[in-house]
Ligand binder design. Structure first.
Ligand code: XMP
Length: 507
């Protein structure tokens, strides 16, 4: 039996983080919309109710009947989740007056409470709430307080129900992992047997059962997810997997050849297709970012489909979809910022069954599976790279000449990051070719050439990101090298915007 913790999502920005922390405790978990609790699932060992930007008093607040879960599973409510438990149970929740945000200390902790086992007095926690609990339901007792929050923690006296007003999942709650371990392991009884090795073993077995003697096609992008997916399928079905790697002409310098070599080294059966001419033709003169993405997405499907048609006996299309791509997150604003789906619609069009063996994994877990499969570090630790490639890093229209200029500048930046041991310290990095020219001087000559922007960010999941504080000496070296070696560029800038409000890519 695959034990699991269910995390009900009430819309908090940190819900995914709760999931990651639980997985770090080698325990499988699923994040589900607040109203989609899997009643029939016999493998659930505990439930966590997430935070939310809402108040329990909001008319449209996401609510569930906590009473329906009570007595069946241990429950932990975090922030809004705790308020909901209290409110539903007959306690009182009131607005704080002003939103409480930031670090606080637990002045009182009940060390007899199983949730706070191992806690120290004065332990630092992270608060972010507009409402606060002012009275607990009958049968509940206070287990932690800060100067400002009387009920920072509580428990039900005769049931396994716990609540915390602070966020144990965020880094600033220094004993947050201990609290989650107390809940997941000691209270819910997790065996902590979810590991990369166990995942590989069970997934390979399941894939063999699922696929039988069928042939499978997979689109490789050079990225971690599709590469690990391919290695896993290769372990399961060997040469019955055929991979297709399409070069749309907007990959990094030498990327296509380098990555093809890596794949062949893994023993994968890969067909490389150079379709750059088609893409350059279709993109000529197009400046609007979403149109560029659509053209590349549609072109990719055409090329992939034409290649795949040649493998007449294929029954499955494998994709390296990972968990964060699928979590049905409660987007409170209901708006899409950018469309990232590169190959949406492909399985339907091709009339193939879909196989997504990584669909339960977070990015760091995908990398651990890659290690388990003994894939080369170079493939596993690659930075994320957008499907449309350099097309979304050339502002304005795309020409082969601009791609060449950008590839050269980008190559200097990325090689520099490796040389200075900075590559693994940033989430991703790249260069953007700007549609502006500026005046410079080289030797005795006046120049009038392009400007590029360097972008490097730190992040854990690309949902939020901060600009990387790269050393000035490193930036000076990269800037010099670019301006001296890349013809057509005479100015280098560094992007110091964080996400939000900016995004990682410029388009
Ligand atoms: P943004 O720019 O929205 O990007 O902050 C977040 C992450 O997604 C990558 N990205 C894409 N990936 N197809 C992809 O497969 C796309 O169209 C696409 N656009 C952005 C981006 O590089 C970053 O890692």
């Amino acid at each position: 039996m695959q034990q699991k913790i269910i995390i009900l999502d009430f819309g908090s920005q940190t819900t995914q983080l709760i999931g990651r922390r639980v997985r770090e405790l080698n325990t499988f978990c699923e994040i589900l919309p607040y109203n989609k609790f899997p009643r029939e699932d016999k493998n659930v060992i505990g439930v966590i109710l997430s935070g939310s930007p809402m108040s329990v008093y909001d008319k449209e607040a996401f609510k569930i009947k906590v009473s329906e879960l009570r007595g069946k599973y241990p429950i932990l409510g975090i922030c809004y989740g705790a308020q909901l438990i209290s409110y539903e149970g007959g306690g009182r929740v009131e607005p704080c007056g002003k939103r409480e945000y930031g670090r606080a200390r637990l002045e009182y902790v009940d060390k007899q409470c199983p949730l706070f086992k191992g806690f120290e007095d004065g332990s630092q926690v992270w608060m972010s709430h507009g409402d606060t609990i002012t009275a607990l339901p009958k049968g509940f007792k206070c287990t932690a307080s800060t100067d400002d929050v009387k009920y920072a923690g509580f428990q039900c006296e005769d049931e396994e129900i716990y609540g915390v007003q602070f966020h144990p999942e965020v880094f600033h709650t220094t004993q947050g992992t201990e609290l989650l371990r107390n809940f997941v392991v000691n209270i819910c009884g997790s065996r902590q047997d979810w590991s990369a090795a166990a995942f590989v073993e069970t997934t390979v077995k399941e894939l063999r059962e699922q696929l039988g003697e069928d042939r499978v096609i997979l689109g490789l992008s050079g990225g971690v997810d599709s590469s690990v997916c391919a290695a896993l399928l290769h372990r399961a079905i060997g040469q019955r997997l055929t991979c297709i790697f399409v070069d749309h002409g907007m990959l990094r310098k030498n990327e296509f050849a380098d990555v093809m070599k890596e794949y062949e080294g893994l023993g994968l059966n890969v067909i490389g297709v150079n379709a750059s001419k088609k893409f350059f033709r279709e993109l000529a003169g197009i400046t609007e970012p979403e149109r560029k993405r659509k053209i590349i997405g549609a072109g990719f499907i055409d090329v992939f489909d034409a290649e795949a048609q040649k493998i007449t006996d294929a029954k499955w299309l494998a994709q390296g979809t990972i968990y964060p791509d699928r979590i049905e997150s409660l987007n409170i604003t209901g708006r899409t910022i950018k469309s990232h789906h590169n190959v949406g619609g492909l399985p339907e069009k091709m009339n193939l069954k879909l196989c997504e063996p990584l669909k339960w994994l977070f990015k760091d877990e995908v990398r651990r599976v890659g290690h388990q499969l003994q894939m080369p570090e170079k493939l596993i630790n690659r930075h994320p790279f957008p499907g449309p490639g350099l097309a979304v890093r050339i502002l304005g229209d795309i020409t082969p000449e601009k791609v060449h200029v950008l590839q050269e500048a980008d190559d200097i930046f990325i090689k520099g990051l490796h040389k200075w041991n900075l590559y693994d310290k940033v989430w991703q990095a790249g260069v953007i070719l700007l549609p502006v020219k500026s005046v410079g001087v080289m030797g005795d000559e006046r120049t009038y050439e392009r400007a590029v922007a360097l972008r490097a960010v730190t992040s854990t999941d690309a949902m939020t990101a901060d600009w990387a504080r790269l050393p000035y000496d490193f930036m000076a070296e990269v800037s010099n090298e670019i301006i001296n070696n890349v013809q057509g560029v005479n100015r280098v800038c560094y992007d110091i915007s964080s996400k939000p409000p900016s995004t990682i890519e410029w388009e």
